[in-house]
Design a protein around this ligand. Sequence first.
Ligand code: HEM
Length: 390
Amino acid sequence: MRPADFIVPDTEDFDTPHALFAELRGHCPVAWANEMGGFWAVTKHADICRVLTDWQTFTTTVQNVVPPVATTQRRPPLHLDPPGNIPYRNAILRFLSPRRIEAWRPVIAAMVADHFDPFVAAGGGDICADFSFTLPIALLAAFFRLAPAEAEEIRRVGAEFNMALQRQDFETLRERSDALYQIAARLIEDRKTTPQDPDLDPVSNLLAVRVDGAALPDDKILGALRQFLLVGIIAPTTFIGSMAIHLARHPEHHADLTANPDLVPVALEELLRLYTPYRGFARTARHEVELGGKTIRAGDALAVVFTSGNRDGDVFPDPDIYRLDREDPDLVTFGRGPHMCPGAPLARVLLAEVLRQIATKTRRLALTGPLEMTRWPEYGPLTVPLRVTR
Ligand code: HEM
């Protein structure tokens, strides 16, 4: 075992990860830990951007997250380096153009209200279990035009997978992962027998893609769909909990947004910076390389700690302070380089609508009990008990 630069704590609260990362950025910005299979935590903004853009040195084809989650197969586009990722990524991007995102706005507003109004009417509850665990799955089900029975199943299996992942219950995780593969396989089969317009239906579009005249391989389409069915639901669930904690701790910020809902987009960016939900996306060094004063060996895993990069004082003055006067903040919340999140515009519409409805439908959020926190590869709460004042 190598000498460790830091120890991954067994327990954390809402603030301790930020304190640890601040210390690492100051003293050991690329830091080795022996837990979770052994990995380098890359904590500075510039180093994170370097790792993500230099895919010739840092590949995504070996290990994509810390801790390494056992996977049955590589799932494009995230698990393939350029150029292999490109056909899958383009097939997805087509459905996330600005014009398409605009069309989602009213649908998302209604969807958020459907989920949020009962929570407010009940005077609160656990905003994660009662709201943010189901909302993003409902959006994904609509995005993929799932039949109501399939949508219901993915809502259930997706929420169970999400919870198992966050609690690191690997047996349940594998079972639910298989169930998600089955849902994806049924969806592909359905679109093969009853094709839909590829301009409207993402799965029919993936099936219609041709590279040098050949269709994409079935197993890769399956992997891509399975990837997509999950990657978009995990971050929003914990991040909505983080937004709620911030507003409960800072009623003055809540009141400000209630009085000026036009501030929501800029407030959302600041919250995405302060409570960045991913810290464990990973790459693997193809050969020995220097980074942050350390020698990274061939085969070493590196976690790009977005949660830390977004509080790097070299890029963001007063990094721990909520400020709405930052000009064009260079966030790494959604990654960088060839795998930068294609869902970011859709996620922003969803999360801004959630923040807007919290600000306009409630006057005060108060924490009523202890928080439960997620672990690597995410950052954020799994349980946020709240009392809501209308
Ligand atoms: C707060 C919400 C979200 C955050 C913070 C987030 C963050 C990220 C990050 C950091 C990556 C890059 C990972 C890497 O380089 O290893 C990524 C990739 C990805 N995200 Fe998101 N994401 C969010 C929501 C979504 C949503 C709603 C969707 C779907 C509509 C989505 C779809 C994807 C896909 C398909 C990839 C893989 C892209 C590729 O490999 O080319 N994400 N996301």
